[in-house]
Design a protein around this ligand. Structure first.
Ligand SMILES: C=CC1=C(C)c2cc3[nH]c(cc4nc(cc5[nH]c(cc1n2)c(C)c5CCC(=O)O)C(CCC(=O)O)=C4C)c(C)c3C=C
Ligand SMILES: [Fe+2]
Ligand SMILES: [Fe+2]
Length: 368
């Protein structure tokens, strides 16, 4: 196995620590070409589509990419901002805010972000951190709930990258934080802020990204983790079981996905006479195509068309202060023992101060 040549290890150089916030990825532009490139990389990942490669190659290249790319590009165009794709803008901002918060707390860490598909590419970011002397890397996926289709794919990309590296940094990977109190509390705060301004709905809909039902039957814990998040949030909000519903969105292809599906559920609620729904997407930490277009535009139109009176979309956590604090706490939990922690920095500082004091005491003793 040919390993790349690396700079020789420099003894005595303090090793750095980095946190990489990793999200799914998004096209570079809302054009058919860029969306096609992005979808090809995304949908070629065997973690995402688990059917025999040869069969899938034909379906992907002859049916999905030629037909879906232009339709998806139109959808992306409807949510694109001056700064770019919302997913990328939000993820970059989260990394910037987390960096500032970590510095404020006294941590000596680099904080950056990367995408599993598209740019900034995860392998490039890992290379750059290593070149800057980072010998400890914490991977923080943007997904609170673990799924083989998303979280494990990030892990694959990290392992695959370092399988070609001689001097591998110390790695820590965060599997999930679907039940971490800081995440639940950040969600709760965002819902309460929304209700303080708009009043409470008849029904709170918690819509999570779906996965094929088959993955649940084959052992993927994603479905259970979504339900646990929903239950903890409902409890934190003091909601009765009749006041909220858990649904799954973004079905792709003909197979059965996790049920109940979001759009048909909303239509059914409208038909049953539910006047106002608030819809949130707790599985997404940044707003993106799936929340801004599929929920806040498409699902809203469908609910109103089916007779619903009021539809409010509660935005994702994005750069909420409570969530930046939450990300820091989750990261801290996984950095225990690394000498970049405020506590360790403090102990270093105390040790140094003790040495200086002892030295001063000796000198004083000598002159007395
Ligand atoms: C093909 C199967 C797919 C699986 C399985 C899947 C799982 C999954 N995805 C997310 C998060 C996001 N998905 C997003 C977009 C998106 N997802 C799929 C397909 C699967 N996702 C497609 C084809 C697309 C592209 C959009 C489209 O063409 O309609 C996004 C948004 C990206 C953006 O640029 O805004 C996110 C985020 C999770 C969390 C998940 C499993 C748990
Ligand atoms: Fe997806
Ligand atoms: Fe979608």
């Amino acid at each position: 196995m040919p390993f790349r040549k690396e700079p020789p290890y420099t003894h005595g150089t303090p090793a750095g620590t980095a946190i990489v916030l990793v999200n799914l990825g998004t096209p570079d532009a809302p054009t058919t070409r860029a969306v096609r490139r992005y979808l090809k990389q995304f949908l070629s990942d065997p973690r995402v589509v688990e059917i025999p490669r040869a069969v899938w190659w034909f379906i992907l290249n002859l049916i999905i990419l030629p037909f879906r790319s232009s339709k998806s590009a139109e959808k992306y165009a409807s949510i694109w901002t001056d700064e770019g794709s919302p997913l990328k803008v939000n993820t970059e901002r989260q990394a910037t805010l987390l960096r500032a918060r970590m510095q404020e707390r006294g941590h000596r860490v680099q904080v950056t972000y990367a995408m599993r598909y598209g740019q900034p590419a995860l392998p490039d970011v890992l290379d750059s951190l290593k070149a800057q002397g980072c010998d400890r890397i914490l991977i923080l996926p943007a997904y609170p709930q673990y799924s083989g289709t998303t979280t494990a794919s990030i892990f694959d990309a990290v392992f695959s990258h370092f399988s070609k590296v001689r001097n591998v940094p110390e790695l820590r990977l965060i599997k999930h934080y679907h039940d971490h109190d800081a995440y639940i509390q950040a969600l709760k705060a965002s819902v309460l802020a929304h209700w303080a301004a708009n009043g409470q709905p008849d029904k709170l809909v918690m819509s999570f990204h779906g996965v094929p039902k088959r993955t649940l039957l084959l052992g993927d814990p994603y479905h259970c983790e979504c339900h646990k998040t929903a239950r903890l949030l409902a409890t934190a909000l003091g909601l009765k079981e009749t006041e909220y519903v858990v649904t799954f969105q973004s079905r792709f292809g003909k197979a059965e996905w996790l049920q109940p599906y979001t759009a048909p559920t909303l239509q059914e609620l409208a038909r049953q006479g539910v006047q106002r729904v608030d819809v949130m997407c707790p599985g997404f930490t940044s707003d993106c195509l799936e929340t801004l277009e599929e929920i806040a535009m498409e699902a809203k139109a469908e609910f109103l068309h089916a007779g619903g009176k009021e539809f409010n979309f509660i935005p994702c956590l994005n750069g909420d202060a409570a969530w930046v604090q939450g990300m820091m706490e989750i990261a801290e939990l996984h950095m225990v023992g690394w000498p970049t922690m405020a506590g360790a920095a403090l102990r270093e500082e105390e040790k140094k101060q003790a040495e200086i004091s002892a030295e001063q005491a000796r000198r004083l003793g000598a002159t007395q």
